[in-house]
Design a protein around this ligand. Structure first.
Ligand code: HEC
Length: 223
């Protein structure tokens, strides 16, 4: 096979030796090959389909169940934990009123006026220890005072005061007021019944929004 009898475009194929039959066979072979199937397109679409299928399963598994798609949880154990929390039995909320009140007594600055030992300050702030406004059987009176405050002349344990006790009903929730009332009724040697968020809610609903009490308005409780 001489150099110049080689086909420049198709090396190895010698045009001079091609018979009619071999040309027909070659053409037939070429025609059988799929000409427009691009492997790039094929792999791209396979990758896309894989991502979509994977995405679907991923979403189903990790998005916290059908009705909780807003919650993203990655581990099956977390999903189970979350579900058990959702399905948890719900009873009434149980408050530790005394502990709530003990905490608020400091944080709500009662302590600054009525002092850490509840003795108040002579002539300025009345005591809570042994106070007839605190330890009476019915907790409604101290509840009313905490919700709406108290102003003007008052006698506590035989001593007179004329001050201004701020209202807490606007800033504190029912269970917090109940906590404070329960705490001051049961510390420093005071001993009286607990009150609850429901009790406070009832008093709150009854008195509504109102200005500070005067001792005179509350006098009937002390009879
Ligand atoms: C700024 C000072 C001040 C703060 C803070 C304050 N009180 Fe008073 N409190 C008073 C004064 C003054 C009176 C008496 C009001 C009057 O003279 O009419 C009073 C009265 C009371 C009374 C009725 C009278 C008595 O001594 O039993 C109770 C109960 C009471 N306060 C509880 C509280 C509790 C609980 C807090 C915290 C949530 C608190 N107070 C925060 C100043 C304060």
């Amino acid at each position: 096979m001489s150099e110049d009898s080689q086909n420049k475009n198709l090396p190895g194929i010698d045009e001079g030796r091609a018979s009619d039959e071999s040309i027909v066979k070659t053409h037939a072979r070429i025609r059988r090959e799929p000409s427009n199937a691009s492997p790039v397109l094929f792999f791209t679409s396979m990758a896309l389909i894989t991502v979509l299928i994977f995405g679907w399963f991923y979403f189903r598994r990790y998005m916290g169940g059908e009705e909780n798609t807003q919650i993203y949880l990655h581990e099956r154990s977390d999903i189970a934990l979350y579900q058990s929390w959702v399905d948890r039995p719900r009873g009434p909320i149980v408050y530790d009123y005394y502990a709530i009140g003990e905490d608020l007594y400091t944080r709500q600055a009662c302590i600054g006026c009525h002092m850490p030992d509840g003795q108040g300050k002579p002539g300025e702030f009345p005591p809570l220890v042994g106070s007839e406004y605190v330890i009476l059987e019915d907790p409604t009176l101290p509840t009313k005072i905490l919700l709406s405050g108290l102003i003007g002349p008052i006698t506590v344990k035989g001593n007179e005061y004329n001050g201004n006790m701020p209202a807490y009903g606007g800033g504190l929730k029912d269970h917090e007021i109940a906590g404070l009332v329960t705490y001051i009724r049961n510390t420093w040697g005071n001993e009286a019944s607990e009150t609850t968020a429901d009790d406070v809610a009832a008093v709150r609903a009854k008195i509504g929004q109102r200005p500070q009490w005067t001792a005179e308005e509350l006098a009937s409780y002390l009879d």
